[in-house]
Write a protein that binds this ligand. Structure first.
Ligand code: ACO
Length: 331
């Protein structure tokens, strides 16, 4: 079963309220109607009633029953501004600035999630990744015990021999441009958790990737991956995890038997941890474009689930990402 179908099925088991700050965006409006009709989630569209109705008319979408909230008119704006001021006052935010910020649907949506008025948030059909990530990091923050927020791409490959029946997680391809060894270890442990709790992979097999396998090359970049592997082992001794490994030693049992004898991953990795954001982002796009993989990202390590879309997303991508967010919220 494709991962998106699996997530939609799980989301339906316990409906969650997911806020969509880009509520007047045509694909988002269409996705909201599907989410409600198919009982995948309870969507909340943010925006002016006029603009949302305009997008619905443009796309021929029936929004009957879909909740719409205008941050400029909402009676909750004052409560959200006060809460935002409390969260950010030690960073120099003034009350007036907090009042102005909650008029922005992205901040209004984050405050709905923070205060429990929504269970999660999905955005990014219009906004850049940074525009969505910054308020999430500032307001929602990391889950207790988690060092950094990062991401996993769920990569659904046509070849079922790879990963778990064709499903691989790539991490981190979205958030951390240049992680330290400690941060890389935290990314590896979070990705294993995403594999287990979101994707139903009972036995995550985590490979920390490099251009070297088990000392075949010496370089400070390789040493960082080796250090991250040690730290990840300390953080989660129960995990099947190894590094530093080249991609072939992570994915091909015959190559692993040659280059990484005794590796607990045994060339059967289903979670690939890239050494930095350039490698990860290029890697997932190669899987998508060269191998025909379906791919979408989830953020991991946030205290409450918020997820980012690609600006080129389809209506189906929005539905899948909302389903993933709802499943994360069931946790
Ligand atoms: N985990 C937890 N907290 C973090 C993290 C993190 N990974 N990164 C930053 N923070 C916190 C900071 O501590 C800070 O908190 P504070 O304000 O309470 O002190 C807050 O977030 C803001 O941090 P800044 O350093 O000011 O934010 P910055 O401007 O560096 O932005 C961001 C952070 C947005 C994550 C940045 O690193 C970024 O742009 N990353 C790349 C995003 C991107 O373009 N990805 C590729 C495209 S996506 C795609 O292809 C699908």
């Amino acid at each position: 079963m494709a991962i998106s179908e699996l997530l939609i099925g799980k989301a339906k088991q316990c409906i969650k309220r997911i806020v969509l700050p880009e509520g007047d965006e045509p694909r988002t409006v269409q996705a909201a109607a599907i989410l409600l009709k198919e009982r995948i989630a309870e969507p909340v569209l943010l925006g002016s009633a006029e603009a949302i109705a305009g997008a619905a008319e443009e796309t021929g979408t029936d929004l009957t029953g879909v909740a719409c909230v205008d941050p400029l008119e909402s009676p909750d704006a004052g409560r959200y501004a006060a809460a935002l001021y409390e969260i950010r006052k030690n960073k120099g935010l003034t009350e007036a600035q907090a009042e102005a910020l909650v008029k922005d649907p992205m901040y209004f949506g984050m405050m709905m999630v923070k205060t429990g008025d929504a269970d999660g948030l999905v955005s990014g059909a219009v906004h850049s990744t940074g525009d969505m990530l910054r308020p999430a990091l500032q307001i929602i923050k990391t889950r207790p015990g988690i060092r950094v927020v990062s991401s996993s791409f769920l990569i659904d490959l046509p070849n079922p021999a790879l990963g778990k029946d064709g499903l691989l997680l790539f991490s981190d391809c979205v958030v951390m441009p240049c992680p330290t060894a400690e941060e890389l270890a935290s990314i590896a442990v979070s990705a294993a958790d995403t594999a287990k709790t979101l994707c139903g992979i009972e036995e995550p097999r985590v490979a920390l990737l490099s251009f070297s396998t088990k000392g075949s090359a010496q370089h400070e970049l390789v040493a960082k991956v080796r250090k991250a592997t040690e730290l990840a082992h300390e953080m989660a001794p129960e995990l099947i995890l190894d590094g530093e490994l080249q991609l072939d030693a992570a994915l091909v049992p015959e190559v692993a038997a040659q280059k990484a004898k005794g590796s607990p991953v045994e060339g059967r990795a289903n979670v690939l941890v890239f050494p930095d954001l350039q490698a990860g982002n290029i890697g997932y796009k190669m899987a998508q474009r060269l191998a025909g993989a379906d791919a979408f990202a989830v953020l991991q390590g946030l205290d409450k689930p918020c997820n980012d879309l690609s600006r080129g997303c389809s209506v189906a991508d929005i539905v899948s990402t909302v389903a993933a967010t709802a499943v994360q919220a069931q946790r």
